[in-house]
Design a protein around this ligand. Structure first.
Ligand SMILES: Cc1cc2nc3c(=O)[nH]c(=O)nc-3n(C[C@H](O)[C@H](O)[C@H](O)COP(=O)(O)O)c2cc1C
Length: 159
């Protein structure tokens, strides 16, 4: 059944203190934990700002229609590419549903110059996503405390 709330159509929002909570999905892939630490900070920031946030690995994703906003995290892999066995298929499956939603991108990289993130930003913008902040947030290898604080702030913007 479709229904309308002030925050969207057909999304089953919970209430906190009588106020509808927005729903944020934080979907990530991480091989060695750097992007996972970033994802946790985004989810914490969203929750601290009053949203209901689900931290999801690729195998746990079942569409994003039920969410008001989506954060996507993936490191630079291949040759400046998104991880292609688990993350890319998930991105392809949810891409059309990103149109009109608030979306944040983030990920860790090693030796490159962030090309993978520039391409990724272009891709989701073309799909109609409304990118929050200044675009994707990148970190060289492990996030610092300052990075984690900035990622929490990004999570709060999605809430
Ligand atoms: C197979 C593989 C390919 C990679 N390709 C790139 C690359 O093209 N550009 C880059 O800057 N870093 C590259 N890296 C480095 C990772 O992006 C970096 O180590 C990152 O911190 C990994 O994040 P994670 O801990 O979330 O897996 C690559 C790492 C691996 C293992």
């Amino acid at each position: 059944m479709l229904f309308m709330t002030p925050q969207g159509i057909g999304i089953d929002h919970k209430r906190k203190d009588g106020i509808l909570m927005s729903k944020v999905a934080v979907i990530f892939w991480s091989g060695t934990g750097n992007t996972e630490a970033m994802a946790q900070a985004v989810a914490e920031g969203a929750k601290a700002a009053g949203a209901e946030a689900d931290l999801l690995t690729c195998s746990e994703v079942n569409g994003v229609e039920a969410y008001d906003a989506v954060a996507l995290g993936c490191p630079a892999m291949g040759a400046e590419e998104l991880e292609d066995s688990e993350f890319l298929p998930v991105l392809e499956s949810i891409e059309a549903a990103l149109a009109g939603k608030k979306v944040a991108l983030f990920g860790s990289y090693g030796w490159g110059d962030g090309e993978w993130m520039r391409n990724w930003q272009e891709r989701v913008t073309a799909a109609g996503a409304a990118l929050v902040g200044d675009g994707g947030y990148t970190v060289n290898e492990a996030p610092s405390d300052d990075d984690l604080a900035k990622l929490k702030a990004i999570g709060a913007k999605l809430a």
